[in-house]
Design a protein around this ligand. Structure first.
Ligand code: HEM
Length: 534
């Protein structure tokens, strides 16, 4: 063998050794690492589940196991649009307190209302509500519905309290009457006379929108005549559904609607700009009109005028941005919710001929003249009709506008609810839908039975209990500010329609459906109607 061959052989051996060594490293070490990482991953997963299960102490709260380890079952339940049914089944199985998610507890007991929502409670709103936050060029818009700052919340409530009060309704009602007249004329001319079927649910929403706009600003955007030409109803549906679904995993919000890049893809080109512009124009106009005027000459005054008056009397009590936010809130929080309530009242009344007949009798006896003045049935008079009151309470009980729990965060040092200690930071709430169908409060809870609200049919004790468990407007510190406004509109419109029209559900109401994504808007309230005669 020559020296060259020996050299070649040595080189080849060396190369083989190098390959072997490389092979050793790439297989043995890599597989050790892979095994190592697999172990780390498994440990991390075990840590995550153990921390999730035990860190909040929710393992002691009754509920399905999956609900404690992941938010996905809750998310899926809300996404399907019928989470109230799932929650109701869970309460039936586990009792008045149930774990719905890794940090979410549902309570179905009127006894815990004051602990969670009472005026002096330290429980505060959960991150769920932050999905409704609004921003403009000046930053965060002040909003009583969203804020977790108790001092700011009290200031906002105080600054507008008189505009939302029951006493204000007499003045605000004057702005609703022309809107009611427009709706009545439209129904008479286009549907009753021509015997055409009407989707009354749609008109109710347009009515609620126009009426709230009118009483807030003194003018509206003619939705009754033009439909959803600004895309407001569509945007509002998207925002409410978004809130219900993604509010179950609120951390995701910053990558979706809170991102100015992503938001237009979710909301589409339609926006609330026209309504915000109307608010700004009206504020400027009203300020000019009212300057130097004696405020007692300003009557009847709109909601906006009332706030401007508050500001003139006490400039520290309310600022321009707060005025704008209150006015816009009326539109955003009031129109869908009021429409849902009116729809359930009408649907259930028409579905139950005995109730329909009794209601018609009461209203027609109270307003014997079928003339124009009757078309503006007054709130003062309608609010005294006992059967109408009972029908309204019962319709809203069976189908409240809000169908998810009103979530709050347990403050330091924790709280005992339904006999279970909840640590600070746990989210807990009561769902109006569930409490209003709680059989311990409302016997035969799924029946539409307005008579249960009449003192002659129910004991005083039961009435007190039922009124306590009837929470469509929430409870305590954050109770709905606009409840009297919607109360007035509901009384007026329901009484007017029953007075002036003979109505029937088309096909027994088989097309009437709804879904629950926080709000519970219905579809398919098809009605055939004729003008009633004395
Ligand atoms: C039938 C109609 C309505 C229903 C069922 C309803 C329901 C509710 C509920 C359940 C809450 C409390 C939410 C919570 O505690 O988490 C609320 C708050 C609120 N609602 Fe309504 N609402 C209605 C109409 C209106 C109207 C007409 C307005 C305004 C004109 C309005 C303005 C507000 C405001 C500003 C809040 C926030 C109050 C606060 O947190 O201090 N609502 N509403």
């Amino acid at each position: 063998m020559t020296c060259v061959h020996v050299l070649q052989e040595n080189v080849l051996r060396a190369v083989n050794m190098a390959q072997l060594t490389e092979y050793f490293w790439t297989t043995t070490v890599t597989s050790t690492l892979v095994n190592y990482w697999t172990i780390i991953l498994v440990l991390l997963v075990i840590y995550y589940f153990t921390a999730t299960i035990f860190s909040r102490g929710l393992h002691r709260i009754p509920g399905p196991f999956l609900r404690i380890v992941s938010p996905i079952p809750r998310l899926w339940s809300v996404y399907k649009g019928f989470s109230h049914e799932d929650d109701s089944a869970l309460h039936e199985r586990y009792g008045p307190i149930v774990r719905l998610g890794p940090n979410l507890v549902s309570v179905n007991s009127a006894d815990e209302l004051n602990t969670i929502y009472g005026i002096s409670t330290l429980f505060y709103k959960s991150r769920f509500y932050s999905l409704a936050e609004g921003f403009d060029e000046e930053g965060l818009i002040p909003d009583p519905f969203v804020t977790t700052d108790k001092a700011m919340h009290s200031r906002l409530r105080r600054g507008a309290a008189n505009a939302y009060s029951l006493n204000s309704m007499v003045q605000l009602e004057a702005f609703v009457d022309p809107v009611t007249e427009r709706l009545v004329n439209k129904l008479k001319e286009e549907y009753a006379t021509r015997k055409k079927i009407v989707d009354l649910g749609q008109f109710v929403q347009q009515y609620a929108m126009d009426a709230i706009c009118a009483l807030t600003y003194g003018k509206d955007l003619n939705h009754i005549e033009k439909g959803d030409y600004l895309g407001f109803f569509k945007t509002s549906f998207i925002i409410n559904s978004y809130m219900g679904i993604f509010g179950q995993i609120p951390w995701i919000h910053r990558f979706l609607l809170a991102s100015s890049f992503i938001a237009p893809f979710i909301l589409g080109p339609e926006s609330n700009e026209k309504i915000i512009k109307l608010a700004k124009e009206e504020i400027a106009g009203d300020r000019l009109r009212s300057e130097g005027k004696d405020e007692s000459l300003d009557r009847p005054s709109t909601f906006l005028q009332r706030l401007l008056l508050n500001q003139r009397r006490n400039p520290q009590s309310i600022n321009e941005r707060e005025i704008m936010a209150h006015c816009f809130n009326n539109i955003a929080a009031g129109s869908d919710t009021t429409a849902i309530s009116i729809r359930t009242i009408l649907f259930n009344t028409l579905k139950h001929p005995r109730v329909h007949q009794l209601l018609r009798k009461e209203i027609r006896e109270a307003f014997p003249a079928f003339g124009l003045e009757s078309e503006f049935v007054s709130f003062r008079k309608t609010s005294k009709l006992p059967y109408l009151g009972a029908v309204i309470m019962e319709g809203i009980r069976l189908h409240p506008s809000v169908g998810l729990l009103l979530a709050r965060v347990v403050p330091e040092p924790g709280e005992t609810i339904c006999g279970h200690f909840l640590r600070p930071g746990v989210e807990v709430g009561i769902n109006p839908w569930l409490l209003q169908r709680n059989a311990e409060v409302f016997p035969n809870p799924d029946d539409f039975y307005p008579d249960r609200w009449l003192p002659e049919n129910t004991s005083q004790e039961r009435l007190i209990l039922m009124k306590k468990g009837w929470i469509p407007f929430g409870h305590g510190a954050h109770t709905c500010s606009g409840r009297w406004i919607s109360w007035m509109m509901i009384h007026k419109l329901v009484a007017t329609l029953i007075l002036l029209f003979d109505m029937d559900l088309v096909d027994g109401g088989k097309n009437y459906t709804f879904q629950n994504y926080w709000l519970t808007p219905q579809r398919g309230l098809y009605i055939s109607l004729t003008s009633a005669s004395p």
